[in-house]
Write a protein that binds this ligand. Structure first.
Ligand code: ATP
Length: 243
C-alpha cells in the first residue's frame, strides 16, 4: 500500500523491420525499487531498453512513465520526463573530459531550468561525492579511463539528469570480475539512496543480489518473474542463468 509504479510496460511488441524481438512483454518497476531484467544473449533486453528510452518505437503496447504514456514520444522528451539511460557499451564521449561528459548528462534540463550552470554544479558535486575517482580524474579524457571508471562515468552521467528512474544496460559488460564487484557496490549505494532502477544483465547472479524483484525475458516475453529468493528456487532459472 502507498507504493506507486514508476514504470509500467504493457504487452510490448517491437523489433527491427520484419523481425519481431519483443512479442508481448509486460513488467513494472515500483517507485524506489530495483528491478532486474535478465535473459540470454539476444533475448531482447537491449531492445526493450531502447523502446523505454524512446530510441525505438514499439509496434504495439504501452510504456507508462510515472503514470504517463510515453511510447509515442521521442528520446529527448522521455529524458526530460525523468528517465535516464546508461546504455550498453557505455557510449561515453572519449575525447571529452570526464567533467564535460557529466555535464552533457544534464543538458536535457537546459530548456526548463534557467539556472542551469549552478544547478548542474550542485549535481556535479553529488556525483563526485558518490564517485571520488571521477573527481580525481575530472580533467582527464574519458577515453583514457579504465573500463570500470568508464562505467562509473556512464552511471554518473545518467544521474546528472536528476532522473526519476535509471536504466542500466549491462553495467558489467567487458569488465574484470573484481571491477564488476565495484560497480555493484555503486549500484547498491544508489539503491540505498532510494534511486529507482531497472537493471539489465546477462549475468544474473549479481543482478539478483541487488534487485528487489526480477523478470526473465525469453522469446520476447516474460517467462518467469518473482523476488530473487523465488527465482533462486526455480529449477529452470537456476539451470539457465545461475548455474
Ligand atoms: P545481449 O545480451 O547480447 O545484448 P539482448 O537481450 O540485449 O542481448 P538485443 O540486443 O535486444 O538482445 O537483441 C535482440 C535481437 O535483435 C537479436 O537477435 C539481435 O540480433 C537483434 N537486433 C538488435 N539490434 C538490431 C538492429 N539494430 N537491427 C536488426 N536487428 C537487431
Amino acid at each position: 500500500l502507498g507504493e506507486s509504479t514508476m514504470l509500467r510496460v504493457e504487452n510490448l511488441h517491437a523489433g527491427y523491420g520484419a523481425s519481431e524481438v519483443l512479442s508481448g512483454a509486460s513488467f513494472e518497476v515500483r517507485t524506489g525499487s530495483v528491478v532486474a531484467l535478465i535473459g540470454a544473449n539476444g533475448a531482447g533486453k537491449t531492445t526493450a531498453m531502447r523502446v523505454l528510452s524512446g530510441m525505438l518505437k514499439p509496434s504495439k503496447g504501452k510504456v507508462l512513465l510515472d503514470g504517463k504514456e510515453v511510447q509515442h514520444l521521442g528520446a529527448s522528451r522521455i529524458s526530460r520526463l525523468g528517465l535516464a539511460h546508461s546504455p550498453e557499451g557505455r557510449k561515453i564521449f572519449a575525447p571529452l573530459s570526464v567533467e564535460d561528459n557529466l555535464l552533457l548528462g544534464a543538458y536535457t534540463r537546459l530548456p526548463k531550468v534557467f539556472g542551469f550552470a549552478s544547478k548542474a554544479g550542485a549535481d556535479l558535486e553529488k556525483v563526485y561525492a558518490l564517485f571520488p575517482r571521477l573527481h580525481e580524474r575530472r580533467k582527464q579524457a574519458a577515453g583514457t579511463l579504465s573500463g570500470g571508471e568508464q562505467q562509473m562515468l556512464a552511471i554518473g552521467r545518467a544521474l546528472m539528469a536528476n532522473p526519476k528512474i535509471i536504466l542500466l544496460d549491462e553495467p558489467s559488460m567487458g569488465l574484470a570480475p573484481v571491477i564488476v564487484q565495484e560497480v555493484f557496490v555503486i549500484i547498491n549505494k544508489l539503491k540505498e539512496a532510494g534511486i529507482t532502477m531497472l537493471l539489465v544483465e546477462q549475468f544474473a547472479k549479481s543482478a539478483l543480489e541487488v534487485a528487489d524483484y526480477a523478470y526473465v525475458l525469453e522469446h520476447g516475453r516474460i517467462a518467469v518473474e518473482g523476488t530473487p529468493e523465488e527465482l533462486a528456487k526455480n529449477e529452470r532459472v537456476l539451470a539457465a542463468y545461475l548455474g
